[in-house]
Unconditional design. Structure first.
Length: 325
C-alpha cells in the first residue's frame, strides 16, 4: 500500500464489506484470520478517517426508475456551486468535476418521469451559468451496482471470497412489473440508505414491524436484487490518484463484447451502455497518469470495435453514494 495510514488488512476488510456489507464482524474476522475486535476497530477507523460508508442502494431497473448520466458544461466560476446544489438532491449520485473544472458529471435516478423532466427541462436550463446540457440515458450496466471495484483486486483469495459472498440473487419468476413498496418498506430502505449495517432493533424501531418481519422483508429485498449494500470509500487513500470518465464510441455490433471486456478490466469500477453520440460511458481508476496512459493504449485501445475515446480526468468528486455537506 502506498498510504502509511491504510494497509493491506484495511483493503481486505473493504473487499469483504463489498461482498457482503451486512456480514457480522465475527464472520469477516474468521475469514480474514484476525480477531473480532480487530475488525471492529479497523471499521471504526476507516469510518472516521477514511470516510467509509456502507449504505443500501436501490436497483433502478427493479423499481422501474429511469437512470441518466448528465454532462453539464459550466462557466468555471460556477461549477462547484452547481455540483454542490446537485449533491444535495436525493435523486443524484456520483457527482464529479471534469474537463479542467468546467464540466459537472452526475447520475440521476428519477422515481417519477415528471421529476426528471422538471430537472432536465425546467431547473437546469434556467441556470445561467450552465452553458450546455448533455443527457445520456443508461441503457445497460456492464459493471457496477452490487459489483464493486474492491472485489476486482487480489486482496482476498477465491476461497475467502466464496466464504463471504452471500447467496446469489434470485431472478423473479415470470413477467413482473416495477416493485411496489408500502410505508414500512420505505422506512426500512430509508434507514438502510443512511447506514447499511443498521441493526435489527434500529430497523424495527424505524419500521414499526417486528424484528422477525424486518429480517424476513430485508432478506426478500436483498435476495431479489431490488436492494443491495454498497461500499463508499476514496480509492486515493490506497494510492490510486488518477481517475477519469471515458466516453467511448463503439460499433453497434461490438457493443456487448466491448462492454464485457470493460467489465473484466481491473481498472474499471463502472461501465454502461448509454444513449447519445458516445454509446458507452465508463469510469477508470489508476495509480497515476502513466498507468492511465498504459490502460488507454494497451487495453482499451486494442479492443475490436472501439472507434473513439474521450478521456475526461476527474478533478474532484463532490458526491459518491452519499453527501454530508
Amino acid at each position: 500500500m502506498d498510504s502509511p495510514e491504510f494497509d493491506e488488512l484495511d483493503l481486505r476488510l473493504l473487499n469483504a464489506l463489498q461482498l457482503d456489507g451486512r456480514a457480522p464482524f465475527s464472520r469477516i474476522a474468521a475469514v480474514l484470520g484476525v480477531s473480532d475486535q480487530t475488525v471492529a476497530r479497523r471499521y471504526r477507523r476507516l469510518y472516521a478517517e477514511g470516510e467509509l460508508r456502507v449504505v443500501a442502494v436501490r436497483d433502478h431497473e427493479r423499481f422501474g426508475h429511469d437512470h441518466w448520466m448528465l454532462r453539464l458544461r459550466c462557466t468555471p466560476d460556477a461549477s462547484v456551486s452547481i455540483a454542490t446544489a446537485l449533491a444535495r438532491r436525493p435523486d443524484t449520485k456520483w457527482i464529479g468535476l471534469t474537463s479542467g473544472g468546467t464540466e459537472v458529471v452526475c447520475t440521476t435516478e428519477s422515481r417519477r418521469p415528471e421529476d426528471h423532466e422538471a430537472l432536465l427541462l425546467g431547473k437546469l436550463p434556467r441556470t445561467p451559468s450552465i452553458v450546455e446540457i448533455g443527457a445520456h440515458q443508461l441503457l445497460h450496466i456492464f459493471y457496477g451496482g452490487p459489483l464493486g471495484w474492491f472485489t476486482k483486486g487480489p486482496a482476498l483469495t477465491a476461497e475467502e471470497s466464496a466464504a463471504l459472498r452471500p447467496a446469489p440473487v434470485e431472478p423473479a419468476e415470470g413477467p413482473s412489473g416495477p416493485l411496489r413498496l408500502d410505508a414500512a418498506d420505505e422506512a426500512l430502505i430509508a434507514a438502510l440508505e443512511q447506514n447499511g449495517r443498521a441493526g435489527y432493533p434500529e430497523l424495527q424501531k424505524a419500521t414499526g414491524r417486528s424484528e422477525s418481519a424486518v429480517k424476513r422483508r430485508l432478506d426478500q429485498l436483498l435476495r431479489s436484487g431490488a436492494l443491495f449494500i454498497d461500499v463508499e470509500f476514496d480509492s486515493v487513500r490506497f494510492g490510486y490518484r488518477s481517475k477519469a470518465m471515458l466516453w467511448i464510441t463503439v460499433a453497434p455490433s461490438a457493443l456487448a463484447s466491448v462492454g464485457a471486456a470493460l467489465a473484466s478490466h481491473s481498472e474499471i469500477p463502472f461501465a454502461a451502455a448509454t444513449s447519445g453520440p458516445s454509446n458507452i460511458v465508463a469510469v477508470v481508476i489508476c495509480r497515476d497518469a502513466a498507468e492511465l496512459y498504459t490502460y488507454l493504449s494497451e487495453k482499451l485501445g486494442t479492443l475490436d470495435g472501439v472507434q473513439h475515446v474521450e478521456t475526461s480526468p476527474l478533478l474532484r468528486q463532490v458526491k459518491r453514494l452519499t453527501y454530508a455537506g
